[in-house]
Unconditional design. Structure first.
Length: 273
């Protein structure tokens, strides 16, 4: 068909004729995308000339532009067709729902970014303490436990942030420095003497008490499945000497906090319930 014939047909229809490449260029997309819109029913089929080429009108272009605008706004393609074919009131209701979904997605991404930032901070801190080398077995255990606790949902993001703020405070850092390096050195030992074990346990309990006082959060409930997972990780990670100290520490914790119930002083609820 000649250009003159196409122009004549267009005049009869009362619309300007646009080819797929014209529509794609106007809308900032591709002819392939237009074909996909047709295939999924998002864009109604349009007339074709004798050569089989699609003939789009200005109204078709407007629909493609609206599809592109909604897609750019985060509206899934599967919902765009319904949205375009609804009345104004129904469109507003659906857009409001989609807006709520987008806000929830933004919040989820922000939460993920906070977790990623914390992981980067912890890795950088470990590398700095170890002269650029990877974490020790004990440090890796600490990181794995924190990842397990925060990812399990047993504590929320605000609680996790509160705990991290306290752990980075000067007072708590001093408590950690009092026992953690010595506990790490037990990685290579099969036995620890009684006096050293008792001293370490006392320092570890004192550390937990400091964190508890600063955050108002008591240790997590040992009846929860996550406690069993952590115990399994501990069995794999700790040396026999560390196991001796850790077992005494857990016994002291159980005596102090009643295995996850309210503290003896009538304090806070368990943190991870």
């Amino acid at each position: 068909m000649s250009d003159e014939s196409i122009a004549a047909d267009a005049a009869i229809d009362g619309d300007a004729v646009l080819r797929s490449h014209d529509v794609a260029e106007f809308a900032g997309t591709t002819p392939r995308a237009l074909r996909h819109y047709h295939q999924i029913g998002l864009l109604p089929e349009v007339p074709r000339d004798s050569n089989g080429y699609r003939r789009y009108s200005a109204r078709d272009l407007v629909r493609v532009l609206r599809i592109r605008q909604l897609a750019a706004g985060g509206v899934p393609l599967r919902k765009i067709g319904t949205l375009l074919d609804q009345g104004t009131q129904s469109q507003d209701s659906l857009l409001a729902e989609l807006d709520r979904e987008l806000r929830a997605e933004v919040e989820r991404i922000e939460a993920q970014r906070k977790v990623m930032a914390e992981l980067r901070r912890r890795f950088a801190q470990t590398a700095r303490f170890n002269g650029g080398e990877g974490p020790s077995v004990t440090q890796q255990f600490d990181q794995d436990v924190w990842t397990l606790i925060t990812a399990s949902g047993d504590i929320d993001a605000d609680t996790a942030a509160s705990i991290q703020d306290v752990l980075q405070s000067e007072a708590v850092a001093e408590r950690i420095a009092a026992w953690h390096p010595e506990f790490e050195r037990l990685e290579a030992q099969a036995h620890v003497d009684e006096a050293s074990a008792e001293r370490l346990v006392g320092q570890m309990v004192s550390f937990v008490e400091t964190v508890t006082e600063a955050t108002g959060i008591t240790p997590f409930d040992e009846a929860k499945p996550i406690a069993g997972l952590i115990e399994g990780m501990q069995d794999d990670a700790f040396s026999p000497a560390q196991q001796q100290v850790w077992s005494r520490f857990l016994a002291a914790m159980e005596t102090r906090w009643g295995a996850g119930t309210d503290s003896a002083e009538g304090g806070s609820e368990p943190a991870f319930e």
